[in-house]
Design a protein around this ligand. Sequence first.
Ligand code: BTN
Length: 237
Amino acid sequence: MRIDFQEVVTSTNDILLEEHPKEDMALVAFRQTKGKGRKGREFFSPSNTGLYMSLILHPECNVQDAIKLTTIMAVAACRAIEKYDDSVIKIKWVNDLYKNEQKISGILTECSPNIVDGIPEYLVVGIGINVYAPDEGFPLDIMNKAGALFDVMKEDIRKDLAISIVDEFEKIYASFPDCDYEDEYIERSMLIGRDVYIVGGDKVRVINIDSNLGLVVMHENGDVETLTAGEVSLSLK
Ligand code: BTN
């Protein structure tokens, strides 16, 4: 697909949602002035260090399948990053990437306002990656959990990394919605066997991720429940 590169934009997700080009394409920026995270949060998007990219897609699928786009992007980005870094990149269900227990990337998938017969007109999958550590450090509210792929920039790999992510995404997406990537998503999960907190709720132990990528958890009273993406947020502490 076509990839447009811009130095600075408001938000790559917002631009594709507003302009909604008819063909699938990627928009890459190296700084965002209004980077968005999940739940209306800001996504720290400073210059010179990060990669901010969104894909607009027209898959003619139902909303349930559309949720897969987030997890496909997670696996694609892990594969692409590992071409440049020897570490193993892990996925914190459902849409965060971690290196050495620090969040280096987040993914936000958004849907067109138009949904006809249960099929969204288009979808936008955005990913932000802290490729290099920012000189000024991370903001106070995220400094405990945020990290970067590399401490310093020896050479700037961000453009190549963006191309690689699109390439890996397209390999999986070619057979959408029957893609074969779930086992890798599960293998890369950093949560299985760990205790996590459901935001605003219980501490639970993660037992497994099922083939629909639901998170199977056990509550302290022994009750087992499967959480689906979009329902809950989890925190590690
Ligand atoms: C999160 O961690 O809550 C998700 C963050 C998603 C950030 C990316 S950066 C590219 C795209 N444009 C945005 O405004 N947000 C996404």
